[in-house]
Design a protein around this ligand. Structure first.
Ligand code: AMP
Length: 221
């Protein structure tokens, strides 16, 4: 059983790296942002409460986030473990979480702020399967069309300059102190998120003592 948290400023690649760990180690990848976007798209009551906050790049309240995480983990569908993506993002969320759960490691993907704008503003998402694209480093073969399912690509509403600026500010003010707290518990491994996707994944696995074979097999296939 592996229980991980993956952290880093927006656009650092936590979604992509988390998904790679999910696929190879049967972990359940829990992204609070994805759960929120699901609710917004389906116009649920929760979606209506959080839509504006997210579009402005602010953090959703700790109470709402804690409720989402508790009920998601209570599903107990994580026989081989889980990877939490984008949680915790504040000190109260961290304290709340550590009261009930333990964790094996926190993966911190480091990228400088100046890369964040370029990466996030060129990000696109498939409107059907949710796959991530990037117009700089991972372009779809056909413009605006998902290579995998043919769905049309969209830009996240909070991927605009103003919201990106706010999210960077929230990250430094509220999320970075969380890293310090977790670091004191000797849980954090730091990886360089400026490298190509596969190299970042290799660094993560080496630092977590996870096998690399499945990554290498994919390359030779
Ligand atoms: P993400 O997909 O991780 O970039 O999250 C998108 C947005 O969802 C963030 O900018 C926040 O508004 C909100 N959000 C996601 N996770 C959290 C969290 N742990 N605490 C507060 N707000 C969150």
């Amino acid at each position: 059983m592996h229980k991980y948290i993956i952290m880093g400023i927006q656009g650092c690649g936590k979604g992509t790296q988390g998904k790679m760990l999910e696929d190879d180690f049967d972990l359940v990848h829990i992204s609070v942002g994805d759960i929120f976007r699901w609710n917004i798209q389906r116009h649920t009551k929760l979606g209506a409460r959080i839509n504006r906050i997210i579009n402005e790049g602010k953090l959703v309240s700790d109470e709402i986030v804690e409720e989402i995480i508790s009920s998601r983990l209570k599903e107990h569908d994580w026989n081989y473990g889980f990877i939490l993506d984008g949680f915790p993002r504040s000190r109260p969320q961290t304290e709340f979480f550590l009261e009930s759960y333990d964790i094996d490691a926190v993966i911190h993907i480091k990228v400088p702020d100046k890369l964040v704008y370029d990466r996030v503003l060129s990000r696109r998402l498939c409107s059907v399967c949710g796959l991530d694209y990037n117009l700089i480093s991972h372009r779809p073969e056909e413009e605006n069309t998902c290579d995998v399912c043919g769905g049309s690509l969209i830009t996240r509403e909070d991927d605009n300059e103003q919201a990106v600026g706010k999210r960077i500010e929230e990250y430094h003010n509220k999320t970075e102190p969380v890293l310090e707290l977790l670091e004191r518990k000797e849980l954090v491994v730091h990886v360089d998120g400026t490298k190509p996707v596969k190299d970042v994944q290799i660094e993560i696995r080496k630092k977590l003592d996870l096998p690399l074979d499945s990554l290498m097999q994919k390359e030779s296939a």
